[in-house]
Design a protein around this ligand. Structure first.
Ligand SMILES: Cc1ncc(COP(=O)(O)O)c(C=O)c1O
Length: 402
């Protein structure tokens, strides 16, 4: 016996990458530089680690699914300030749930809201974070993919969705800052989508887990709840956001994030989670409070990424011109040869691993929007990223000379 949709799940991009590299021998004299995995590598804040150690004895108690009032209050204060929400509109008791990272939350939320009996459609950007796809398949929904192409600034083109598709749509995934593109939706774009959600009665799930990794300190990315507030929708109907400490605070192993938004949806999600059995441990909740209440470490984190983007630009200028995304820690670069050959040759010649764009997307209308692109995550320390940029320069020059 198997779940009927399990067989439809695609292998994860990193499984494909492993297979792609399995027969290759990299140069032994060069150290390996992985730019493929989006796992933050900067040092986590010491005070968060101290909090975990100090409170470790509290694993003796079962935590509740809803989390402590203190954690939800800390999240409410952080999100209200960050996204300029009206005072008391995002209420700790009604609008917020802690989650063990956004990955499980994106998956579980989809299961909690999709009605599989009514031919549901889920709309997602393409390329995408693969959980959107797997969650939709297992919830019994069909996926409509919107290609994020260069001519549309690597954002989904929502005008591709037909009236009939909007009518069937139950859930729209947004990802801003985008993985892998690093591009942003602006308030007007969010507001247009919120108006469509009202008109056709669907839910918007906005994955904002890279929202704190932006380049211009004066221009933080806008979020979905902020767009709601700007429209005067202070109860956030049909809208939920997903946030995480993984990238913001370099704590991917802590497994801590939150979902916030529409009160009715949060109630439904809490019911689902009660059965799902995914309460966050109390030491993790206490460490998360400390992290959400501090911005200094996040500013320092952004500065480290800025330096790496600056080095990449400086070193590759005129050799490989890659758009500098306004946010995220990725570069989404067009390749001079096809993305799979590029990845293989780069590994064989320079011992650098990147992720072929086509592994992050699906073919749609005869094109795969990830083709001839690679994703590079600037997560390694500054010196290692500098070395990667120097080796990439050499590699691109040698391809051009061929
Ligand atoms: C777009 C996107 N959403 C969600 C996640 C999940 O992050 P976490 O579960 O650590 O919060 C990731 C992780 O890489 C991601 O890239």
């Amino acid at each position: 016996m198997t779940h009927p949709q399990l067989a439809q799940l695609h292998p994860y991009p990193f499984e494909k990458l492993k297979a792609l590299k399995s027969e290759l021998t990299p140069p032994a004299h060069l150290s390996h530089i992985p730019l493929s995995i989006g796992e933050p590598k900067h040092t986590p804040p010491q005070f968060v680690l101290d909090s975990l150690v100090t409170n470790i004895n509290q694993v003796s108690a079962y935590p509740t699914t809803k989390g402590t009032d203190e954690l939800r209050q800390a999240i409410s204060e952080w999100a209200s300030k960050r996204f300029s929400l009206s005072a008391n509109s995002l209420q700790a008791d009604k609008h917020i749930l802690p989650v063990n990272g956004t990955r499980e939350a994106l998956f579980a939320f989809t299961q909690a809201v999709i009605d599989p009996t009514t031919r549901p459609l889920v709309i997602s950007p393409n390329p995408f974070y693969q959980i959107y796809e797997g969650a939709s398949i297992l919830a019994g929904a069909e996926l409509k993919l919107l290609s994020c192409l260069e001519q549309n600034n690597y954002l989904p083109d929502f005008s591709e969705v037909t009236e009939a598709e909007w009518q069937r749509c139950q859930l729209l995934f947004l990802c801003s800052p985008g993985n892998p593109t690093g591009q942003l939706l602006d308030s007007q774009q969010y507001q247009t989508l919120i108006a469509l959600a009202d008109r056709y009665d669907f839910i918007i799930a906005s994955d904002e887990c890279y929202s704190e990794l932006y380049r211009d300190e004066q221009a933080p990315p806008v979020g979905l709840l902020q767009a709601c507030a700007e429209m005067g929708r202070n109860s956030f109907e049909r809208c939920v956001v997903f946030h995480s400490l993984s990238k913001r605070s370099n704590l991917p192993g802590l497994r801590s994030g939150f979902v916030a938004g529409d009160e009715k949806l949060m109630k439904q999600f809490l019911l689902y989670r009660t059965y799902h059995g995914c309460a966050m441990s109390i030491p993790t909740q206490l460490a998360s409070i400390a992290a959400w209440q501090d911005e200094q470490h996040v500013i320092e984190n952004r500065n480290q990424y800025r330096e790496k983007y600056r080095l990449f630009k400086e070193i590759l200028d005129g050799v490989w011109d890659i758009p500098q995304p306004p946010a995220s820690f990725y570069l989404w670069a067009k390749t001079p040869i096809d993305d799979v050959s590029f990845t293989q040759q780069l590994f064989s010649e320079q011992h650098i691993t990147v992720l072929p764009g086509r592994f992050l997307s699906r073919e749609h209308n005869g094109i795969n929007p990830g083709e001839n692109h690679v994703r590079m995550a600037l997560v390694a320390p500054v010196e290692e990223c500098k070395e990667a940029a120097l080796r990439l320069k050499h590699f691109i020059q040698s391809i051009k000379a061929e």
